[in-house]
Ligand binder design. Structure first.
Ligand code: ATP
Length: 272
């Protein structure tokens, strides 16, 4: 998108044009991926017991992108992330990551494959220090030889965490706790970072800072799937967006197009 501060990275996954391919295969790479997508969610249905929370969700995240998922309370945004991260497996549909089917993989396997998440409400270990919480993010890593560099990268993104590294996480402000949650997710060296409501409950000054850092993390090369209630900020930093309504995708487009859409402006951007 032309007005975005950061263009998506080039997509090297496209199939080389040899002879004319079958139409059904035209968008697929040799690894089976669509349009350079790193994450592909296809017609996913997820339930809580008898409650049909996701009614056929299809979305993708491509290399280099920030993609945002916006929508009202209860639309199914968190459930979409829970379907991807293995906490609530879909009953129908497919989820592929880097071309591999992860639909029914266990959460620890999904983290190990490169998807990590900063969850809604942070979910820190309050009696552990900032540093210990960050270390928890490396739990699934087989190779920990880059631990020091990874920690330095997190401290460079969040200098406040370096200052508070020996402080118990439970005594930090909400904004600082959000930084720990994002830092912990980054310590897992994700190939895809999922953020669930990073701005929730934060003072405006922290909200702006968090979104700046989201852009910086992406600029350093990590694709991001961003769930947000703050649609205005989310559409401002994202390349593309999906609008969710009661378990399905109501609308999808480039983020700058969605931000100008009258329906989106009325429902989510507080404009009349
Ligand atoms: P919010 O912004 O309020 O977190 P959301 O868009 O993330 O909303 P979800 O939390 O995914 O929405 O909820 C989608 C639907 O699933 C809602 O109808 C919700 O009531 C239902 N739901 C979510 N969690 C559970 C649960 N543990 N048990 C039963 N129903 C649930």
């Amino acid at each position: 998108m032309s007005e975005s501060p950061h263009e998506p990275a080039p997509q090297p996954e496209q199939a080389p044009a040899q002879s004319a391919p079958e139409p059904a295969q035209a968008q697929e790479s040799p690894g089976g991926r669509r349009n350079g997508a790193i994450l592909e969610v296809e017609d996913v249905h997820t339930y809580y017991g008898a409650i049909h929370a996701l009614k056929g969700i299809t979305l993708d995240v491509r290399e280099g992108e920030i993609v945002t998922l916006i929508g009202a309370n209860g639309a199914g945004k968190s459930t979409t992330l829970r379907s991807i991260n293995g906490l609530n497996h879909p009953r129908m549909g497919t989820i592929r990551f880097q071309g591999r089917d992860i639909t029914n993989d266990a959460p620890h396997k999904i983290v190990a494959s490169g998807i990590s998440q900063s969850p809604e409400g942070r979910k820190l270990f309050p009696r552990m220090t900032v540093l210990e919480n960050l270390e928890m993010g490396t739990f699934q890593l087989k190779d920990r030889s880059t631990f020091k560099d990874d920690l330095e990268r997190v401290y460079a993104l969040f200098p406040r965490l370096a200052e508070r590294k020996t402080q118990n996480a439970g005594t930090l402000s909400g904004g600082e706790q959000q930084m720990v949650a994002m830092g912990r997710a980054l310590m897992a060296k994700p190939k895809l970072l999922m953020l669930d409501e990073p701005s929730m409950g934060l003072a405006p000054i922290f909200v702006e800072r968090i979104f700046e850092i989201v852009v910086e993390i992406n600029r350093q090369g990590t694709p991001i799937l961003l769930v947000e209630q703050n649609a205005l900020m989310a559409l401002d930093v994202a390349n593309r967006g999906y609008v969710m309504e009661t378990g399905h995708i109501a609308l999808t487009d480039e983020a700058n197009v969605l931000a100008k859409n009258e329906q989106v402006q009325k429902a989510y951007l507080g404009m009349d």
